[in-house]
Design a protein around this ligand. Structure first.
Ligand SMILES: O=C(O)CCC(=O)C(=O)O
Ligand SMILES: [Fe+2]
Length: 280
């Protein structure tokens, strides 16, 4: 049974170990990283409250700009699934809407996670074989510089009620569309990644670890050297089913004009995928 092991961000061979985990599983897990844990736990707490009791007036998601609050009733379906995921979420962009009292923490997290992402992309690049790296049109870390497209999604998976639609899960198996995703361990377990042999591996969920995964755009830019692997969030059982789960993926998107491959720019790639998902 394959497993995922956390890599110590401060270890001398961290970059190589991390890149090799990404190559093998599409996922890398980091400990001792520079993201502020107290900030993450404060965001989890304040947003759990906001989802449960906050005033959502004025935050209805916008189809045009894709920012704002996406209630469970319109929550997305993964590619190939008929049943909606059991989740609601908020999409934050620095230029977008957010409850003003929650803005400072979220902006601080967004800035810190983007900075770390640039370092991690440089690790990925440094550990790409030369014959593949020669196809990167610009350094990977510069693809996301000053991007207005990078999206922070704050997710709330509500406690299970028992009256969920048959077959519905917190997040059905899917791949991420973007370049790289940065995800602090959630406040509850449930995230799994599919291994090459088809089995599902639990992603370590110890609070304070940071999960990073390859998205479809980096798979495309690396000629499939780095795989964008399927992952899902399974439903809790027993006592855990009474708990909310909060998680916060940062989807790193290149600037729209960045060339990913002979076939795609970031913009044409994203539009094609969103059209397939029926949201464009
Ligand atoms: O909630 C999680 O742990 C993962 C969420 C996820 O994969 C996504 O929103 O793309
Ligand atoms: Fe995902």
């Amino acid at each position: 049974m394959p497993t995922l092991t956390a890599v110590d961000f401060t270890a001398p061979d961290a970059a190589r170990e991390f890149a090799s985990s990404l190559r093998e599983t599409g996922f890398g897990v980091l400990k001792n990283h520079p993201i502020d844990k107290a900030l993450v736990s404060r965001i989890y707490e304040t947003w759990e409250n906001w989802f449960k009791t906050g005033d959502k007036t004025g935050f209805d998601f916008s189809r045009d700009t894709q920012d704002g609050f996406f209630p469970a009733s319109i929550s997305e379906k993964a590619q190939g699934y008929d049943v909606k995921d059991i989740k609601e979420y908020f999409h934050f962009y620095p230029w977008g809407r957010i409850p003003e009292d929650l803005r400072a923490d979220v902006e601080a997290y967004y800035a810190g996670a983007n900075k770390l992402a640039a370092t991690l992309l440089s690790w990925v690049e440094a550990n790409t074989p030369a014959d593949i790296a020669k196809n990167y049109r610009v350094p990977l870390s510069s693809m996301i510089a000053d991007s207005q497209k990078t999206l922070l999604r704050i997710l709330h998976y509500p406690p299970m009620t028992g009256s969920e639609e048959p077959g519905a899960v917190r997040a059905a198996a899917h791949t991420d569309i973007n370049l790289l995703t940065i995800l602090p361990a959630a406040n509850e377990p449930g995230l799994q990644v599919q291994a090459k042999d088809g089995s599902w591996i639990d992603v370590p969920c110890e609070f304070g670890t940071l999960v990073v995964n390859i998205g479809d755009m980096l798979q495309e830019a690396s000629g499939h050297y780095y795989p964008s692997t399927k992952h899902r969030v399974i439903n809790p059982t027993g006592e855990r089913s009474e708990k909310s789960r909060i998680s916060m993926p940062l989807f790193l998107h290149p600037r729209p004009d960045v060339v990913l491959s002979d076939r795609y720019t970031a913009d044409s790639y994203l539009k094609e995928r969103l059209r397939e998902l029926g949201v464009l």
